[in-house]
Design a protein around this ligand. Structure first.
Ligand code: SF4
Length: 429
């Protein structure tokens, strides 16, 4: 049986440098596909797929709302020729009814332990329209290493250098922030993977640079410390979402290879200033993630916030506009207030204003968004800042005796069972 897995493309923010990371959702899903299934993978972001072929089954892995229109288009092309299509992933759970209308089956929830049933139904020609497993999340111990061998890594380079590999150490989040659907997806429950499984997976990745895509590592101090101490001997360098603002944790993170964090900057407060300084004191760089147009921001507030990012000289910054995604607390509110402008999901990229902001017009917010990118990157340019960030990781690698080659492989790293030779702490830059 041949199953073709497709990751639909989406429009990138034109303000960003275009690069492509190897996707994570498809390789996590692929680990649950039994070996007797002949599985091929196509990332639609990295080239036109052959949509005239005849796999036995097409599976769509859909992460973002703005991938939904393309996912529907691909599903239509195959189904018109009688080839069944199933779909899963975060955006399918969020847009379940819409996707169920255009697919033979949709899978909602986390796939581990559940996919055999779907395959059995497919083989018996009794696919159900909806496999809803949102309320029966698999035990986190059951999550196997992702199946990276389906990826063609030659597609994921930037200027000849291999991009970071994505990996996860936990699922879920215990918070419920207004613009976020993670609580809907995971029930406000933080589920850390067993640390030995994380170490095993990281050790098996032939890349010295990683991105922990966990929603936020700052969920449980004891777990963070254990995780970082276990990662340290592997000598990888990595990016993540926030880490606990705690000296002991940040020191352990630095020693474990923390390169830079994505940190939400919501307002120019003393608290966030201190947090940024703490990362810096521990040698960890910062990419700010800044949402513009929240209900508490006037035009002047947005300007102050952007100026704050300039003043703090963040290593990088990513500006987005507030977006009312389905199944978020914010969506409920703006819908009740009649402030959603449209549901054209292709525009839900976080680079386009799709709602009526509270204290300005949509076009004022749109202009502020363009201005924010220009203001922050105007003088240096994005490439210069990226190069600076890149030099930091190369420096760190030199300090602890590793060298990452352009193909991602590393000289000097440690595999499980080997005794690590850790040099004395080089201190912080
Ligand atoms: S925004 Fe981050 S911290 Fe807030 S609920 Fe979502 S994942 Fe959790």
């Amino acid at each position: 049986m041949w199953m073709k897995l497709i990751y639909p493309r989406w429009p990138k923010l034109p303000e960003q440098t275009e690069f492509h990371l190897p996707p994570h959702g498809p390789i996590v899903f692929a680990a649950s596909v039994p070996p007797e299934v002949h599985l091929t993978f196509h990332d639609d972001n990295r080239g036109e797929p052959d949509l005239e072929d005849r796999p036995d089954l097409v599976a769509l892995s859909v992460m973002l709302t703005c991938q939904v229109p393309r996912a529907k288009e691909i599903a239509g092309i195959y189904r018109r020729r009688g080839i069944p299509v199933i779909a899963g992933g975060i955006a399918v759970a969020i847009h379940s009814e819409e996707m169920a209308q255009v697919c033979d089956a949709v899978f909602l929830g986390e796939v581990e332990g559940h996919f055999q049933e779907v395959l059995d139904d497919f083989r018996a020609r009794r696919l159900k329209k909806v496999y809803d497993r949102m309320q029966s999340l698999p035990p986190i111990e059951a999550v196997p290493p992702a199946r990276r061998e389906i990826l063609d890594y030659s597609l994921y380079t930037y200027r000849g250098v291999r991009m970071v590999d994505l990996v996860h150490a936990s699922r879920g989040c215990r918070f419920n922030c207004p613009p976020c659907s993670v609580a809907f997806l995971g029930g406000r429950c933080f589920r850390p993977r067993p640390i030995e499984r994380v170490v095993e997976e990281v050790a098996g990745i032939d890349n010295g640079r990683l991105f922990f895509v966990d929603n936020s590592l700052a969920q449980n101090k004891a777990w963070e410390l254990d995780l970082f101490r276990a990662l340290k001997p592997l000598r990888r360098k990595w990016i993540s979402h926030p880490i606990e603002a705690d000296d002991e944790v940040l020191q352990a993170a630095y020693e474990a290879g923390a390169w830079y964090v994505y940190q939400a900057i919501t307002a120019p407060t003393e608290g966030i200033r201190r947090r940024i300084q703490m990362y810096r004191d521990h040698g960890i760089a910062i990419e700010g993630t800044i949402i513009l147009g929240t209900d508490d921001q006037t035009r002047e507030d947005v300007i102050r916030l952007v100026e704050f990012c300039v003043e703090m000289d963040l290593d990088m910054a990513e500006f987005t506009v507030m977006t009312p995604f389905l199944h978020t607390p914010y969506r409920e509110q703006v819908e009740a207030e009649g402030r959603v402008l449209h549901n054209d999901w292709s525009q839900y990229t976080t680079g386009k204003v799709v709602f009526q902001p509270k204290h300005m017009t949509p076009s004022e917010l749109q202009d502020l968004y363009y201005w924010a990118w220009d203001r922050f990157y105007g003088a240096d340019g994005r490439q210069t800042r990226m190069a600076r960030l890149f030099r930091k990781v190369v420096q760190r690698e030199k300090q602890d005796g590793t060298t990452t080659m352009p193909d991602g492989t590393v000289r000097g790293w440690v595999r499980p069972g080997q005794t690590p030779q850790i040099p004395d702490s080089p201190g912080h830059p």
